[in-house]
Design a protein around this ligand. Structure first.
Ligand SMILES: [Zn+2]
Length: 169
């Protein structure tokens, strides 16, 4: 693993950085290591455990929580690559309220869908198509943007991300 999860001073997840950057922050006393991988980094002067989760020693003000970019990969990550109507492997992005009926291309109106459900739905409402949404789509929480940024979430990171999601929910 070559990335580290960075938490704000408040323990809220902020971003993911290369391990090298995390090491610099720790050496400059700008962050503390909350969780280290069981590998060690050796340099000329020092040996330290590879940081996996770090927490900034100062508070970074996040003026507003930017919404994650809406794209196919992000929607699939949020929905666990599963059709939100039947649970099969997802292949398409479906607009819950069809665009032909004024449905918007926003997080709250898009879901991952399998081809049969997507075809069955077409320009119909969920109800008209005889489908049931498994859950209401919403903008993703930290867990999803980390998955989108890095490709996967390291098990060591999960408790920190869940804590952050609870804080900002
Ligand atoms: Zn389906």
């Amino acid at each position: 693993m070559s990335k580290a999860l960075v938490l704000n001073a408040t323990y809220e997840p902020l971003c993911v950085v290369p391990v090298r950057r995390a090491v610099v922050l720790v050496l400059k006393a700008k962050a503390e290591v909350l969780h280290a991988a069981d590998r060690e980094l050796h340099s000329e002067h020092t040996t330290m455990a590879v940081p996996s989760v770090i927490r900034l020693t100062y508070f970074v003000k996040v003026p507003f929580r930017a919404r994650a970019a809406l794209n196919r990969r992000a929607v699939f990550a949020r929905d666990g690559n599963r059709c939100q109507y039947c649970g099969a492997a997802a292949e398409n992005i479906d607009h819950v309220i069809p665009r032909s009926r004024g449905g918007l291309h926003i997080w709250e109106n898009v879901v991952a869908a399998c081809r049969p459900c997507n075809t069955r739905k077409e320009d119909h409402s969920v109800h008209e198509a005889g489908l049931v949404l498994r859950r209401r789509p919403s903008a993703p929480k930290e867990l999803t943007w980390v998955i989108v940024a890095v490709g996967s979430v390291h098990p060591q990171w999960e408790p920190y991300l869940q804590a952050g999601a609870a804080l900002s929910a």
